[in-house]
Design a protein around this ligand. Structure first.
Ligand code: ATP
Ligand code: MG
Length: 137
């Protein structure tokens, strides 16, 4: 059994889509084992997306992630990292498969409704960034 870090991004929380997105996770067999709504500062968003610091969209991405509250969550299941990315769909909604979160809800390649960890190492780091040990059972 595996765990991954998921974020429901500001474009989705603004449009009140948390429940619809969570339904897709649960229908795919992912269990929401931790979840909270937080409003990131731009600095906190910047630290989270540090790997993209040299990319041209970095500043815009950090502004966006700090523009409204997000829902951070830990999803658990068999191959949770890959399964979550499958449910999310491609980064650019124009390329996302039908039925995925991004195909249905994303507004652009930047405002694309969800984040999901991409590997076991990043999942562990990202979960630890947002959740204390006592919050995870
Ligand atoms: P995430 O890491 O959020 O799960 P991802 O792994 O599909 O998404 P990355 O390549 O890691 O995509 O990019 C991180 C985030 O940066 C994207 O989800 C998106 O919000 C933003 N982003 C990526 N490419 C662009 C772009 N060309 N223009 C604007 N924003 C972008
Ligand atoms: Mg990524």
């Amino acid at each position: 059994i595996e765990r991954t870090l998921s974020i429901i991004k500001p474009d989705a929380t603004n449009r009140n889509l948390t429940g619809k997105i969570n339904a897709k996770f649960e229908e795919a067999g992912l269990r929401i084992v931790a979840q909270k709504r937080i409003h990131l500062t731009k600095a906190q968003a910047g630290k989270f997306y540090e790997v993209h610091a040299e990319r041209p969209f970095y500043d815009e991405l950090c502004e966006f992630m700090a523009s409204a509250p997000v829902v951070v969550q830990v999803l658990e299941g068999e191959s949770a990292i890959a399964k979550n990315r499958e449910v999310m769909g491609a980064t650019n909604p124009a390329d996302a498969a039908a039925g995925t979160v991004r195909a249905e809800f994303a507004q652009s390649v930047g405002e694309n409704s969800v984040h999901g960890s991409d590997a076991p190492e990043t999942a562990a780091q990202e979960i630890a960034y947002f959740f204390a040990g006592l919050e995870l059972v």
